[in-house]
Design a protein around this ligand. Structure first.
Ligand SMILES: Nc1ncnc2c1ncn2[C@@H]1O[C@H](COP(=O)(O)OP(=O)(O)O)[C@@H](O)[C@H]1O
Ligand SMILES: [Mg+2]
Length: 322
């Protein structure tokens, strides 16, 4: 028997960790031992299997990282969002910037052939519920890439003391995987939310900055924060683009409601709902629209009545303290 108890232990552990390279290297050790014992057929078989597995993994890198296993599964959530740019209600300058990012990424090869890098490091900042997380989904969908969300807040609370090394593991696996990487609630690294372990947050921030520096410009890195003020200003310079999100204008608020209600909104007198929209974020408007639509459906109506929408908006405003 060429595989010792240690080999089997190491293989089970590397499989659990999702560490394919460690797994193959143990398999090759087993093959080498088998060869020394004269089992040449078996040794050759194992080597060929490892070679074939490595090749096919290279060919399907995206699938691999899109389904993180082992320790990585705790650090990153993979998804394939279905949100289009046209779903995002945003002022013209913001939309134009996003169109630029998408165009540069789509035409990255012609830019890179001439020594230019497409914009790929974005910092999104602004109040909650204004579309920052949604923007990462839009970019992933429009570029046909997986969205990998790194959960900094849960990371900090769960693995205190070892997050830095875990994150490095993730970054190593990720640095050559083309994807949209979202570091949501990015301010978790910058302020009190790191709790007592400020040193740990620093270490993570440093690995993040290294990642930012070294990642292929064919991937898109999005950091999002509701809380710009607690971020170190020096950090802003590390990004190619800083986008500011704002509470919706009245016109945008109506667009959000119309977008969510679709045909169910065709009877609404939009002028009557402008004041009640005031002070609500995009996300809260969506929730109000959903509440009104459900109410209508439960009363067997296919259209939302203006008054009911106004009530739903006021309800939301009360809940949000707006
Ligand atoms: N600008 C927007 N346009 C359309 N819908 C939006 C917008 N912003 C937020 N929403 C709605 O609210 C939800 C939550 O928004 P999210 O992107 O998580 O906000 P943030 O990350 O800025 O806190 C989205 O999934 C979407 O349904
Ligand atoms: Mg968000």
């Amino acid at each position: 028997m060429a595989a010792s108890a240690d080999h089997i232990r190491a293989m089970v552990k590397s499989h659990g960790d999702g560490d394919d390279e460690a797994f193959y290297s143990v398999a090759l050790q087993v093959a080498a031992k088998a060869a020394r014992q004269g089992h040449h057929h078996f040794a050759t078989d194992v080597k060929e299997l490892v070679e074939a597995a490595r090749q096919s993994k290279k060919a399907s890198n995206v699938t691999y990282i899109a389904q993180p296993r082992g320790e990585l599964a705790d650090l990153v959530v993979a998804s394939h969002p279905d949100v289009r740019l046209s779903d995002l209600v945003a002022p013209k300058n913001l939309r134009d910037s996003l169109v630029d990012v998408i165009t540069e990424q789509r035409q990255r090869h012609s830019l890179m052939d001439h020594g230019f890098h497409p914009v790929h490091r974005l910092l999104l900042e602004g109040p909650p519920g204004t579309g920052k997380t949604m923007t990462a989904s839009v970019l992933a969908h429009e570029l046909d890439l997986p969205l990998l969300t790194i959960r900094l807040d849960s990371l900090l609370s769960k693995y205190l003391g070892e997050t830095g090394s875990k994150l490095r593991l993730l970054f190593e696996a990720a640095s050559d995987q083309r994807a949209v990487y979202l570091f949501d609630e990015f301010d978790a690294l910058g302020g009190d939310r790191a709790g007592s372990d400020v040193g740990e947050a620093r270490r993570i921030l440093n690995s993040f900055l290294l990642f930012l520096e070294n990642t292929e410009s064919e991937s898109v890195i999005v950091a999002a924060t509701n809380n710009r003020s607690i971020l170190d200003h020096a950090l802003f310079r590390r990004f190619d683009l800083v986008l500011t999100y704002q509470m919706p204008s009245t016109e945008d608020a109506v667009a959000v409601l119309k977008g969510r209600l679709g045909l169910m909104g065709k009877g609404v007198e939009w002028k009557a709902i402008q004041v009640p929209c005031d002070g609500l974020s995009h996300a809260e408007l969506v929730k109000a629209a959903e509440a009104a639509a459900k109410g209508a459906l439960l009363e067997d109506s296919k259209c939302v009545a203006t008054d009911d929408l106004v009530v739903a908006l006021k309800e939301r405003a009360r809940a949000a303290g707006a």
